[in-house]
Design a protein around this ligand. Structure first.
Ligand code: ADP
Ligand code: MG
Length: 465
């Protein structure tokens, strides 16, 4: 093998040229550290355990591994990727499809809970090369004999820590037992709780372990810690900080579902546009919440740690810890969602004297002193609260009705009164679509969809608020 001049280039790997060329079109020029460390072993068909923080580029690491050895002519399930939630499975499938763009006729199928069985059964009958899904639903299909893994060559566990936390261990056991013994197993995780160890011992063969340090460069995240007296002062502090550090996208982390909902409700009472994201929401409401935050029609998301995993926002402007996390590693995770990829982020944590022990643990973990500041001076509250520039319209039609983003964009921009740059993110679901439009043209947009036709018919539409 020739020794490459720059070993962080994808072209230095034994990868299909079509894959490398396509990566360049995605602006993936250099490997991220976790990719550089894991891909040589992955491409050598070894079992690999890779630990790296959120946003480190784990998806492309396993996607390249499974795509590089896939035999397209053999129309059998060759790779199975297990993810903890539907949102994550959808994101992973999207990334695999993008990376696979240069290979023709690759079929990637997602199989997740919370979506109807019928269409999945149909899709399974048509076959697929790669399956991405949640353990519960995959287990269901396996038990009913609808999914056959005899030709599987790669098994991926993405966010293994979360899958264990969500109680998928039995489903995983059953899935493992039905995979061929001769296979490559890749396990990705942000954290490495002790419960993972037995899993890797049972189901992996001489795994290579790679780990990329979980702390961020200090320069990219400005951390501030503020002293609050008790719980009643926290909400006031959050209002002050939100106004001081006004941003387009802020996540507030709470430690419980109840607190999450309360904080969101209270902020809305004070004129902010906040949404709560926690495990008690119905799937449909979770979808809506994630859509509205990602398309910038809601500026504030109040979330629990588990629920925030489904968040697909590249870089948050600010993270606020309503309560500091129990565990320093979780703290580092939370704040790692801001200031990604060289951008500067802000992380603001509220601390009461009861939480002093957590601050000490965090200081030890970070290896740096934490300086607790006073809250900013009281500014005029309820003045100049930044309202989101976008509004979300929900259209009661989606992929099932063969509606496509282009149809919606076309309907909105037909004529002259709405321009393309006043239309934001368009997200398609099976029987629904969401489109963000600038608030100045929200009513015009609503009427255009209501009165106009897409795919030759009328669709119901409403403004979400
Ligand atoms: P993780 O699974 O580790 O949390 P992701 O795989 O979701 O991280 O990647 C995070 C972001 O980084 C995504 O937006 C992805 O498109 C981008 N990304 C991944 N690899 C590269 C690369 N080599 N160059 C540029 N961007 C990348
Ligand atoms: Mg990931």
């Amino acid at each position: 093998m020739q020794s490459p001049a720059n070993s962080s280039l994808f072209s230095s790997l034994p990868l299909n040229k079509a894959l490398v060329d396509n990566l360049a079109t995605m602006d993936y020029n250099e490997m991220t550290p976790i990719q550089a460390q894991s891909l040589p072993a992955i491409l050598a068909n070894k079992d690999v355990i890779a630990q790296g923080k959120t946003g480190s580029g784990k998806t492309a690491a396993f996607a390249l591994g499974l795509l590089n050895k896939l035999d397209v002519k053999k129309f059998r399930v060759q790779s199975l990727v297990l993810c903890p939630t539907r949102e994550l499975a959808d994101q992973v499938a999207k990334e695999i499809r993008k990376i696979a763009r240069s290979i023709h006729n690759i079929k990637v199928l997602t199989l997740c809970g919370g979506t109807p069985m019928g269409p999945q059964i149909g899709s399974l009958e048509h076959g697929a090369h790669i399956i991405v899904g949640t353990p519960g639903r995959i287990e269901d299909h396996l038990k009913k004999g609808r999914l056959n893994l005899d030709n599987l060559t790669t098994l991926v566990l993405d966010e293994a820590d979360r899958m264990l936390e969500m109680g998928f261990v039995d489903a995983l056991d059953l899935i493992f037992s039905l995979c061929p013994k001769q296979r490559q197993t890749l396990l990705f995780s942000a954290t490495f709780p002790t419960e993972i160890q037995p899993l890797t011992e049972r189901f992996m063969q001489d795994p290579v372990t790679v780990k990329v340090a979980s702390t961020h460069q200090e320069s990219t995240i400005n951390q501030h810690f503020y002293q609050v007296n008790d719980n009643s002062e926290r909400l006031f502090a959050v209002r002050l900080l939100l106004q001081q550090f006004q941003r387009e996208s802020t996540v507030i982390f709470c430690n419980t579902k109840l607190e999450c909902q309360e904080v969101a409700d209270q902020l809305n009472n004070f004129g902010f546009s906040a949404l709560a994201l926690h495990g008690d929401l119905e799937q449909k409401d979770r979808d809506q919440t994630l859509v509205r935050f990602a398309n910038k029609s809601a500026a504030i998301l109040v979330a629990t740690d588990v629920a925030a995993r489904g968040l697909d926002v590249d870089a948050l402007d600010a993270v606020i810890n309503y309560h500091i996390a129990h565990d320093p590693e979780i703290h580092v995770h939370r704040i790692g969602r801001t200031g990604r990829a060289g951008a500067t982020g802000v992380a603001l944590s509220l601390i009461s004297s009861k939480e002093a022990h957590k601050v000490i643990r965090l200081e030890e973990y970070l290896g740096q002193d934490i300086n607790v500041e006073d809250l900013p001076d009281e500014i005029v509250l309820n003045h100049d609260i930044v309202k989101p520039s976008m509004v979300t319209l929900q259209i009661d039609g989606g992929k099932k009705q063969k509606l496509r983003p282009g149809d919606i964009l076309g309907a909105l921009t037909a004529g002259k009164n709405i321009s393309g740059d006043q239309v934001g993110k368009i997200q398609m679901f099976p029987i629904r679509a969401y489109v963000a439009v600038h608030h100045k043209v929200a009513n015009i947009a609503l009427n255009k969809i209501m009165d106009g036709k897409m795919k030759g018919r009328n669709f119901r539409v409403r403004k979400l608020s």
